[in-house]
Design a protein around this ligand. Structure first.
Ligand code: TPP
Ligand code: MG
Length: 570
């Protein structure tokens, strides 16, 4: 073991690693403070081409990295010190794993001789993320390990990365270089060419994974009364291609709130509420073939229909090999890029247009929603309607879990120009939603709205510090129904249990929190005031908070009323 010039060698390894990560596509680095990660921090601070973001809370930092990665479509690195700092990344790592987002966690650690012996801030870090992250456990920097081994191991760990990677980095003290220059030329000699280039040590183009249907399979599947259901897709997958395919086949498209197509022209809007509509149900019962694109559907009614319908054929098209069918139906799965799908040899379908009436039933619902919820009182439902009518492709929308995402799925208004939609539905946590939306906003500076419940915002309150640091517009639109109102829709045995163990009504407002973090705050009392507040928030730089306060039971009642009215339609 050679530990002379320990601080300088630690720093050299960290520099090599960050440079290699940059060559592998990392552009954003999220850092929280700490001493054990000093080599990484100093290397990060000195890298000319990495954008750095700092936050004191690793939990929020992890979610911000998640949002950055989702929005920028590139791996994002996170640097933390040792101990519970690493453990605080757990929820973001789980969410990233569930939705296939490449986060690269670089954790500072103590060397083996200081583990499990009472040394300060030392915990067992390798494998801390269990199956939720790939692992690379590096030894403490040592000149006995050639530098090309470090690069090659990092390249291998990053190969085709579509989930988190945890690189545990052990460092011996001293950690802080004393300024003396150290000559590592002999050690670095094998990297001579690498240092003159900008490609990774082991350069591997993305692995291809296309197993597409044959022409005869397309011919068989494409003839019949087909239905296209679009689940969660990212904006960069260009889901609008599906509309061209649907036109060619003459099949209706049911688009989930996470599909980017929920409000687009050419789809059946309001798919969730359509399952209450008697005529729509009768028509849907005629469907024979299902083409499901993406997964993680929100509407339980749609999922039940898919699970119970006697499909003659079911194809599931995904961009990565994962299982996204909780009903475990028999199907053919194809893994490939969405661009390949419309280019397949689809036949002229004699049943083209069989489901066209679904669009008119959906238009009837739209008219009803407009009459009931585009005017009148400020409610959660009218807020979601207004928001969906306001945002355009100049904006981004991050939709929080619980009622916000369900209301958007139920009610969003059709529109020619729509925002990119982001969610955290991998694990559907109510944690880290604000932090993730800050990351989404940071990636490209587009005006962004976070639609979020009150408990969810309380859960992530100190991420208001991340919001405060933004220079682009972020509107935190909080629906304050005093607790978890989704539980009003669940069969909890009685109201006392509901309030005491589920809803957790708190009586808090968010004005004080906004003020603590120096953020502008508005509490509109009408739809007109909300429209003004939204428009102001979207056009001013930095974050602001808009709080819509509604009675705790109102939304559940409005949702039940709406379903009953639609069921009465004929
Ligand atoms: C981290 C985490 N803890 C608990 C839950 C369970 N849960 C789902 S919705 C919800 C209530 C959310 O309340 P709020 O954010 O106010 O939204 P609302 O239900 O009022 O729309 C809870 C606790 C969860 N999804 N994630
Ligand atoms: Mg709530």
């Amino acid at each position: 073991m050679t530990t002379t010039h320990c601080a300088e060698l630690n720093l050299l390894w960290a520099r090599l690693m960050l440079e290699e990560l940059h060559r592998l596509g990392v552009r954003h680095l999220c850092l929280a403070p700490g001493s054990r990660s000093t080599p990484l921090t100093l290397a990060a601070a000195g890298h000319p081409d990495l954008t750095r973001h700092t936050h004191f809370d690793e939990r929020g930092l992890g979610f911000a990295a998640l949002g950055l990665a989702k929005s920028s479509q590139s791996p994002v690195a996170i640097i933390t010190t040792s101990g519970t700092a690493v453990a605080n990344l757990y929820p973001a790592v789980v969410e990233a794993y569930q939705t296939g987002v490449p986060l690269v966690v670089l954790s500072g650690d103590r060397p083996p001789e200081l583990i499990a012996c009472g040394a300060n801030q030392a915990i067992r870090q390798p494998a801390i993320f269990a199956d939720y992250a790939r692992r690379l456990d590096l030894p403490a920097p040592d000149q006995a390990m050639p530098p090309q081994a470090l690069l090659a191991q990092l390249d291998q760990a990053m190969l085709d990365l579509d989930r988190p990677l945890h690189v545990n980095c052990m460092y011996r003290e001293p950690l802080y270089p004393d300024g003396e220059s150290v000559d590592f030329d002999d050690y670095l000699a094998p990297l001579r060419h690498w240092r003159q280039q900008d490609t990774p040590w082991n350069h591997t183009p993305p692995l291809s994974r296309s197993a597409l249907p044959s022409a005869s399979e397309c011919a068989d599947f494409g003839r019949g009364k087909g239905l296209i259901v679009v689940g969660s897709l990212a904006p960069h997958q260009q889901p609008e291609q599906i509309l061209a395919l649907a036109r060619r086949l003459g099949w209706p498209v049911l688009a989930d709130a996470q599909s980017q197509l929920r409000q687009a022209d050419g789809v059946v809007h309001h798919l969730d509420q359509l399952f209450h509509h008697p005529q729509a149900q009768t028509l849907l019962a005629e469907a024979e073939h299902l083409l499901l694109i993406g997964g993680r559907l929100l509407s339980k009614r749609l999922m039940t229909f898919i699970a119970q319908h006697p499909w003659k054929a079911f194809w599931h098209y995904l961009d990565r090999p994962e299982s996204l069918d909780p009903a475990h139906l028999a199907k053919r799965r194809f893994i490939g890029s969405l661009t390949l799908l419309p280019a397949l040899p689809w036949p002229q379908d004699p049943h083209a247009g069989w489901g066209d009436a679904l669009e008119s039933y959906s238009d009837q619902l739209e008219q009803r929603f407009a009459e009931l919820h585009d005017v009148g009182a400020l409610t959660e439902l009218s807020t979601v309607r207004l928001l969906s009518r306001t945002l355009s492709d100049d904006h981004q929308l991050f939709i929080g879990n619980s009622l916000p995402i369900r209301l958007f799925d139920m009610l969003a208004s059709p529109k020619a120009s729509v925002p990119a939609v982001f969610t955290n539905r991998g694990a559907s946590g109510i944690d880290g939603l604000l932090a993730t939306s800050c990351g989404v906003a940071l990636a490209n500076g587009k005006p962004t709205v976070l639609l979020v419940g009150d408990l969810s915002l309380l859960h992530d309150l100190n991420s208001l510090a991340l919001a405060r640091a933004l220079t682009s517009p972020l509107v935190v639109l909080v629906l304050n129904n005093d607790g978890g109102s989704i539980f009003n829709l669940l069969p909890v045995p009685n109201e006392t249990l509901r309030q005491d163990y589920y809803r957790l009504g708190h009586g808090f407002g968010f004005e004080g929190a906004a003020s603590q973090f120096h953020l502008p705050y508005r509490r509109p009392d009408s739809l007109t005031q909300l429209a003004e507040a939204l428009s102001d928030g979207l056009s001013q730089s930095g974050a602001s908070v808009i709080e819509v306060v509604v009675p705790p039971n109102e939304s559940a009642q409005l949702i039940v009323d709406l379903a009953q009215q639609i069921q009465g339609d004929d």
